[in-house]
Design a binder for this molecule. Structure first.
Ligand code: UT7
Length: 393
């Protein structure tokens, strides 16, 4: 059952859905082409293009994951002309958080001025965005949330060994965001399907930096903080799981594959998508690909592709779209959604735009002010209590 019926006692049953009302993406300015990489690594444009489909990628310089997530999130709020005060939850799918703690979601929540929202990071590798959508969907269908912001954001360049040609050529940085709102229409998320197989955890991992192998001079010297990947095994896993994840999510919604207009896969390798298309007997033209421009941006790849497809008019009202991810864990996840007939970029109302502008400026000065005031209060307190026995007040 994909949709939750919330008015079973009424004359007409109303289906509650999590509908997408806003979208945004961010890619760093700096572009690195295959030829650029070939100048510093033993690789070539020809190898990268033919083995992966990637032509260039965007790499962050002086920007961490939260900064990119905030940019994508603000864009999604602008598109929907939504008030950050109405957000109930901010979910950030990432495996490259700014810090082990606090969560990147908290940094984003604060920068948006979303003072009524909870904030969670979710790590499911490259499947993270679909996992986060599934959590957001459940929160909305249960009636607990009305508006949820879901972001996929990654600074893969901080995790990839730029001297390792097997991984350095594959990844890129960026962020994408979707704003989900409860709706009584028939558009939005229709079904989701999640899966995991932890036995394959070592196929794609960062060995050090966690509690199993905390950071030390030895782990740094041993380059154990970089991503390691058994590319061939992951490739095999992906070609097996992607078609299955697509079929499962479509049948869960009671639909046939023919009803699907677009498939937006995790943008890792064109050959994985070609193999999936062949297994499903589907035309490649129904798969949306933009990995040639961004490379593999892990949890950000699906929202970036979706956002681009909406912006360039590929996605049209009423269409059915499957999002499908796979990656570290191992994990996989798929989401089927119906694009709303009325979903389009909102014409921003002046006072709401001004309100968002004020909130973002306030967030920018609030933290330094808080530090300043707690510092001043601490000094005043010490002055006032000077002379009290043992410094007690
Ligand atoms: O988002 C996370 C999920 N990750 C993925 O989806 C990655 C899945 N795997 C893949 O996409 C592919 O396995 C890769 C693109 C990573 C590798 O492609 P492949 O066709 O499986 O190549 P390979 O690993 O079998 O390597 C073939 C050859 C090797 O040389 P020899 O042993 O045949 O002499 C490699 O050393 O290509 C060599 N090679 C390279 N050559 C030039 C590996 N990387 C490079 C490179 N440039 N960057």
């Amino acid at each position: 059952m994909s949709a939750w019926s919330w008015a079973s006692t009424g004359m007409s049953e109303v289906q509650r859905h999590a509908e997408i009302v806003g979208w945004g993406m961010y890619a760093p300015e700096r572009v690195v082409t295959n030829d650029d990489l070939a100048q510093v690594l033993d690789t070539s444009d020809e190898w990268i293009r033919t083995r992966t489909g990637i032509e260039r990628r965007h790499l962050a310089v002086g920007e961490a994951t939260a900064a990119m997530a905030i940019a994508a999130a603000r864009e999604a709020l602008r598109v929907a002309d939504a008030d950050p005060y109405d957000l109930g939850l901010v979910l950030v799918a990432t495996m490259t958080p700014d810090y082990p703690t606090p969560s990147t979601a908290c940094l984003v929540q604060y920068a948006l001025g979303a003072i009524h929202a909870g904030a969670i990071d979710l790590n499911a590798g490259c499947s993270g965005f679909c996992y986060a959508l599934s959590v957001a969907n459940a929160a909305i269908l249960s009636g607990e949330q009305e508006m949820v912001l879901v972001i996929g954001a990654e600074t893969m360049s901080s995790m990839v060994d730029m001297d390792d040609r097997a991984t350095a050529v594959l990844f890129g940085d960026g962020a994408g965001a979707l704003l989900l709102r409860a709706s009584d229409g028939n558009a939005g998320i229709l079904s989701t399907w999640l899966g995991a197989d932890g036995s394959g955890g070592d196929m794609l991992m960062v060995p050090a930096g966690g509690s199993a192998l905390p950071a030390s001079a030895e782990t740094v010297a041993g380059r154990q903080h970089y991503l390691t990947m058994d590319g061939n095994q992951v490739f095999r896993f992906a070609t097996r799981i992607v078609p299955r994840a697509i079929e499962q999510v479509v049948s869960r919604a009671g639909l046939e594959l023919d009803a699907v207009d677009w498939i937006i896969p995790h943008q890792a390798n064109t050959r994985i998508v070609e193999a999936a298309a062949k297994r499903l007997n589907m035309e490649m033209s129904r798969f949306y690909l933009n990995l040639q421009e961004y490379g593999n941006t892990s949890a950000a790849s699906i929202p970036i592709a979706l956002c681009e497809a909406v912006r360039n008019g590929s996605i049209q009202p009423g269409q059915h779209i499957v999002l499908v991810g796979f990656g570290a864990g191992l994990t996989w996840a798929s989401v089927l959604l119906r694009w709303g007939p009325s979903v389009q970029e909102a014409r921003p109302i002046f006072y709401r735009r001004l309100w968002r502008w004020l909130l973002y400026r306030w967030a920018a000065i609030h933290r330094p002010l808080r530090r300043l005031s707690s510092g001043a209060w601490g000094r005043a307190r010490r002055l006032l209590t000077r002379g009290a026995p043992n410094g007690q007040d």
